[in-house]
Design a protein around this ligand. Structure first.
Ligand code: NAD
Ligand code: UD1
Length: 340
């Protein structure tokens, strides 16, 4: 039996493939993995790096999840037992400019995947959702809070969550974990895989890392007048390897989940932008010039998780601290200054 990982050559997908193989090695078993990715935001070089880390080969199929025939062929040619679905576009700003591309890729693409899964009687799914679905609720955020979205990207995550809840309600054979990620950062400690954004990064950590390595001149800090520890925005940063291990745990515990469950994957701790900058500076030994600029539209002061449900349902909690997250980000960035 194989696991299908859509978006498996991407940032979180590649780390999850490594953790799935690590678990199989630890258990002395083999884990067949099929990655489907259209390479719209990743490269096949990741596959060599995964092999270097795990000494295992995965099956890679270049395909678009929106292509029904291609997805059907994947299921017909491989004995898939469960799917971890990472494939999607993820840039908030771009989603405002190209809403149709986001709705088509993230929502229609997921519906096509689900249709093929239903036809093939594969009803176990782990889905990449986001803390963005909490809208402007006050942190700590827990899974019972009302959801909303303020941009097309967030809407696509929310729409897919609604589709998954409806699907699970219609057919009790489905087991679905909707994992709501907080802010994934860091990289595998080998320095071989990590986040590799196209163009100028939108998110804080890749931006800071590229300033530290000399690719970008200066960080812009979006606002220092929030009601937080030092006036800058506070987020719940989580090590991507902890996040990846959360997917492994979700998969192991899918049988315990009847229907569709939304589950936060965060640390429960908040860190400000300036705390990130100062820690990065200390660990990298590099100067990180920054300038305070006005707030970014749509940003909240403070966002962090209540991570109790993941502990309860999945027996999972994040274990890597901020120091490790930044140390691993820096190792990846400094050893691969231009990415893959
Ligand atoms: P990523 O861009 O690195 O990985 C996504 C992968 O999906 C890429 O390799 C891309 O080529 C592929 N892809 C996109 N559309 C596809 C399609 N139609 N068919 C096949 N492959 C396709 O992003 P990531 O950071 O690894 O995020 C993975 C998932 O987690 C995404 O769904 C994202 O929205 C979600 N998420 C990410 C974050 C974050 O901060 N990174 C936070 C919350 C949720
Ligand atoms: C952003 C997205 C969110 C998405 C999340 C993870 C927006 C409005 N929100 O959230 O939907 O789920 O990424 O992918 O884009 N910051 C700076 N300078 C920068 C970049 C960021 O000061 O150059 C600050 C931000 O104001 C924020 C913090 O750093 O306070 C983190 O920002 P970011 O990494 O973009 O994540 P989120 O804002 O949480």
């Amino acid at each position: 039996m194989s696991l299908l990982i859509t978006g498996g050559t991407g940032y979180i997908g590649s780390h999850t493939v490594v953790e799935l193989q690590a678990l199989a090695s630890k258990q002395g078993t083999e884990q067949d993995i099929v990655i489907v990715d259209d390479l719209s935001n990743s490269s096949t070089k990741v596959l060599d790096r995964i092999k270097q880390i795990t000494h295992k080969t995965v099956t890679f199929i270049k395909a678009d999840i929106c292509d029904y025939d291609a997805m059907k062929a994947v299921f017909e040619q491989h004995d898939i037992e469960a799917v971890i679905h990472f494939a999607g576009h993820k840039a908030v700003g771009e989603s405002n400019e190209k809403p149709l591309s986001y709705y088509y890729n993230n929502v229609s693409g997921t519906v096509i995947l689900l249709r093929v899964m239903a036809e093939q009687n594969v009803k176990k799914l782990v889905f990449s959702s986001s803390a963005t679905v909490y809208g402007d609720n006050v942190s700590p955020l827990n899974e019972t809070m009302p959801t909303s979205a303020t941009n097309p990207y967030g809407q696509t995550k929310l729409m897919v969550e609604h589709i998954l809840f409806d699907l699970a309600k219609s057919d009790s054979d489905w087991s679905i974990a909707c994992l709501r990620y907080f802010n994934p950062i860091g990289a595998h400690n080998s320095g071989l895989i990590g986040e590799n954004p196209n163009g100028i990064p939108n998110n804080l950590l890749p931006y800071v890392a590229q300033v530290a390595v000399g690719r970008l001149a200066q960080l812009q800090v979006f606002g220092d007048d929030y009601d937080t520890v030092d006036g800058t925005g506070v987020r719940d940063y989580i090590h991507v390897v902890d996040l990846a291990q959360g997917h492994v745990k979700a998969l192991q515990n899918l049988d315990k989940i009847s229907g569709c469950k939304a589950i936060n994957l965060g640390t429960g701790n908040g860190t400000s932008v300036l705390e990130i900058v100062n820690t990065f500076k200390e660990i990298s030994g590099q100067d990180i010039p920054y300038k305070i600029v006005p707030r970014r539209a749509g940003d909240l002061a403070t966002v962090y998780a209540n991570a109790d449900l993941a502990n309860e349902l999945l027996d999972w909690q994040a274990t890597r601290n901020l120091h490790t997250m930044i140390e691993d980000t820096w190792r990846w960035q400094s050893e691969n200054p231009q990415g893959f």
